[in-house]
Design a protein. Structure first.
Length: 158
């Protein structure tokens, strides 16, 4: 009688094992996902960060620019823009001479704005010229550009 039970148990174990293997046996690593009927969307390319665009030139107020220049710029560039401010002797390279019309008159207002806003390194010049865009708003920077134009000899002619 034991023999019948024992062979019945083995038969039952064999059937269970066969069913288990036929159903995949739980080996999930070899199963293939069902093919999708729609293609996967292509990822959008991430745009490369570029330089901050310079706003369109506006006419600044030279009078307001003179006040800002005296407060923020004259210590390096000098009160008359000669590049001879109180701190200039300790700087290398020396600050730009805003009074040198032969150099300054060839620079666009947009270029001057960018140098003031983003610093010298933004235009391939001395990184010691700090960016003022975090301290001054666009209107104040355009006021500075207007004032700097009054310092040039020979005078600036747009």
């Amino acid at each position: 009688m034991m023999r019948i039970r024992s062979s019945g148990v083995w038969t039952l174990v064999g059937l269970m094992l066969s069913t288990f293997v036929a159903c995949g046996g739980g080996d999930e690593g070899t199963s293939q996902p069902a093919p999708s009927s729609t293609p996967a969307p292509k990822p959008e390319p991430t745009p490369e960060p570029g330089p901050t665009p310079t706003p369109e030139p506006v006419v600044g107020n030279a009078g307001r620019g003179a006040t800002t220049y005296a407060r923020d710029c004259a210590s390096c560039h000098g009160p008359t823009g000669g590049g001879d401010g109180a701190l200039a002797a300790a700087l290398d390279p020396k600050p730009a001479a805003h009074s040198d019309g032969n150099v300054m008159n060839g620079l666009s207002d947009a270029y001057l704005f960018k140098v003031i806003q983003q610093g010298g390194a933004a235009v391939g010049k001395a990184p010691i010229m700090a960016p003022w865009g975090g301290s001054l708003d666009d209107a104040q920077i355009w006021d500075l550009v207007a004032f700097i134009r009054t310092l040039a000899h020979p005078p600036y002619e747009p």
